[in-house]
Ligand binder design. Structure first.
Ligand code: HEC
Ligand code: HEC
Length: 548
């Protein structure tokens, strides 16, 4: 489901472009390029190359207008046309963080070359100008603490934070006002998610974007300043190393099961800041646009949440962490909301009005733990199969239990869920806590240990006009509350030893080690009840997928 959802999240555009087949060979490669273009690119980029294809209105950033000759990802200086290799790279690999797909596996090399020449023909100066020389980028110096610290100083002094914010999450004071060259609102990239950078997230790629800028966007270029001696190449590399250091070594893996370790009775943390969370593993859940139930919203601001979970046999707590550029409702972001509503029309269903809206988050469970894989409809259930929700919003204390029979039918249940929340530097952290036993038998889940429990997530950024059906969603995942392994668990390997003779040597050695660690009270819990699909300890995880 996650796969399908992500696919849907890429925008309606896909529905329009996917049908089709091999393009018949034509005389002349420009003619061939036109055929490839009309079939595969025009629904987004427009038959005339003006970026106004029928699907374009559903996406932000909008598809490139090729008649302007402005390209973001180049090896050439700011304001110059790109090289053929630059354009080919974007066609081959696509642009992460946007709807622009990569075509390497979809189109033959000849078709990709032909369509590259065809999109150049939308901008006549390509014909008369010589192909520009790529800049010489040299080689990346090695990263070290000192470089990164100097890069940080530079980040502050040349005011990258104006747009990207101190912590890099794209929430700087100028962020709500940014526009691209066609007056569309544009987000300052969240520098901590380098896997979403349009031109790639390595230090070399970041350095290149800093040298060349990203034409058509407010992102400045620094090649001229380097050439004029206002800054050294070394300083720019340091800055690139600092930017790279804001993101993790690797993009987060997506796993099906969120593991909730067991802590001592009474030790379930209550607050966001509790240091106990520092030791708890984070599970990354991608979120995509809710574009199934009307009114839809094709431009949600929140694209993922990190989930941590703990229980003590009596209570469970989740800490949810997601990046959000504002603590909604923030008056500074009202202009952003107005513009985003304006450009994301047409919106089917009720029209959206700009309004001060809080941020919201919901966690969804089935009313009871299902046998097998059966689960309610992931978008808040249906009339015959309701779901149980925890609903949090930024303008109220605590969170609210609720029952839903579809996105339009949500009713509050009595009582509340304990919550602690903090917005800081472009990031929300929220702790939600409940006893494993439900407060009432009215469709509230009874949490059990040792079984995978379905769980799903919804997020809304109020300043991005999100509420109700307009927001981001995940598919179903599982949360698994570990129990201390009963002693009988450790008998199994011993039996195996007896049965398999020689092979058992290895097994028994392991069993002995286990027994030793058990005796020492170490938490080593093999969870043998969990099948291969849902084993939270499986590592490496064959189901792991890169985030969208
Ligand atoms: C689903 C919509 C969609 C389809 C289909 C699509 N593109 Fe794009 N394309 C985009 C968007 C959106 C951008 C701009 C992203 C941005 O501004 O960050 C883009 C940007 C580009 C760029 C600009 C790269 C740069 O450096 O600025 C090129 C070149 C390009 N597309 C070529 C193509 C070609 C060729 C095809 C067909 C084979 C195609 N695109 C199909 C959405 C699409
Ligand atoms: C005036 C606002 C502004 C300032 C100042 C600014 N940026 Fe950006 N930056 C942007 C915007 C907007 C984008 C996103 C462009 C896009 O999505 O097409 C961006 C994108 C980026 C990217 C992502 C590149 C990619 O491949 O997608 C990096 C890295 C970056 N900026 C680093 C920096 C650094 C370092 C500085 C300081 C030298 C800086 N920016 C200053 C607005 C700004």
């Amino acid at each position: 489901m996650a796969r399908r959802l992500r696919w849907l999240g890429m925008g309606l555009a896909w529905l329009l472009v996917l049908p089709g087949g091999e393009v018949a060979a034509q005389d002349g490669d420009l003619e061939r390029g036109r055929e490839v273009y009309d079939r595969w690119c025009a629904s987004c980029h427009g038959v005339e190359g003006d970026g106004l294809g029928p699907a374009a209105g559903y996406m932000l950033p909008r598809p490139r207008d090729f008649t302007r000759g402005l390209y973001q990802i180049r090896t050439t200086a700011g304001g110059e046309i790109p090289t053929d290799d630059d354009i080919m790279r974007m066609i081959n690999e696509g642009m992460p963080g946007t709807t622009m797909p990569g075509w390497q596996d979809q189109l033959s090399r000849r078709d990709r070359e032909a369509v590259k020449d065809y999109i150049k023909s939308f901008y006549p100066p390509f014909e008369t100008m010589d192909e520009p020389e790529p800049l010489d980028f040299g080689r990346a110096p090695r990263a070290n603490e000192e470089r990164i610290a100097e890069g940080r100083i530079f980040y502050d002094s040349i005011e990258c934070w104006q747009c990207h914010g101190d912590a890099g999450r794209g929430y700087g004071p100028s962020a709500p006002e940014l526009e691209d060259d066609r007056d569309y609102p544009i987000r300052a990239v969240d520098l901590t998610k380098n896997w979403k950078f349009n031109g790639g997230g390595s230090v070399e790629e970041v350095y290149r974007r800093l040298r060349t800028g990203m034409d058509g966007t407010p992102m400045p270029a620094f090649s001229d300043l380097v050439d004029a001696g206002f800054m050294t190449d070394e300083q720019l590399w340091n800055l690139a190393h600092f930017v790279r250091s804001l993101a993790p070594e690797d993009p987060p893996r997506v796993r099906e099961v969120i593991r909730a370790d067991k802590v001592e009775p009474g030790e379930v943390p209550r607050t966001v800041r509790d240091e106990a969370w520092d030791e708890v593993e984070k599970f990354y859940i991608p979120l995509v646009a809710q574009i199934i139930v009307l009114p839809r919203w094709f431009d949600p601001a929140i694209d993922g949440v990190w989930v941590q979970a703990l229980h003590d046999g009596d209570e469970i707590a989740l800490r949810l962490t997601w990046h959000d550029r504002s603590r909604s409702p923030d008056p500074a972001w009202m202009q952003w909301q107005e513009r985003v509503i304006e450009v994301m029309e047409p919106v089917e269903g009720d029209p959206v009005e700009p309004a001060p809206r809080p941020d919201r988050f919901a966690v969804q469970f089935p009313p009871e733990i299902p046998d097998g894989m059966e689960r309610p409809y992931f978008l808040m259930g249906s009339s015959d199969r309701p779901v149980y929700l925890w609903r949090w919003r930024s303008d109220q204390d605590g969170a609210e239990p609720a029952r839903a029979r579809g996105m339009h039918e949500v009713e509050a249940l009595s009582g509340s869920i304990e919550a602690d929340a903090l917005w800081e530097a472009g990031r929300w952290q929220v702790v939600l806590r409940r006893s494993l036993e439900p407060a009432a038998d009215d469709g509230r889940l009874r949490f059990e240990t040792g079984v995978p429990i379905p769980i799903a997530f919804f997020a809304w950024d109020g300043d991005n006009a999100e509420e109700g059906t307009r927001g981001s969603v995940s598919s179903w995942f599982f949360v698994y509350l570990r129990e201390e392994a009963p002693v009988s668990t450790y008998v199994a390997p011993l039996v195996a030893f007896v049965l398999t003779g020689g092979l058992g040597l290895v097994v028994v050695a392991r069993a002995q080690r286990r027994e030793r660690t058990l005796a020492e009270g170490a938490e080593d819990d093999p969870d043998p009840d969990v099948g291969p699909d849902t084993d939270p300890d499986a590592d490496p995880d064959p189901e792991a997928r890169p985030p969208p």
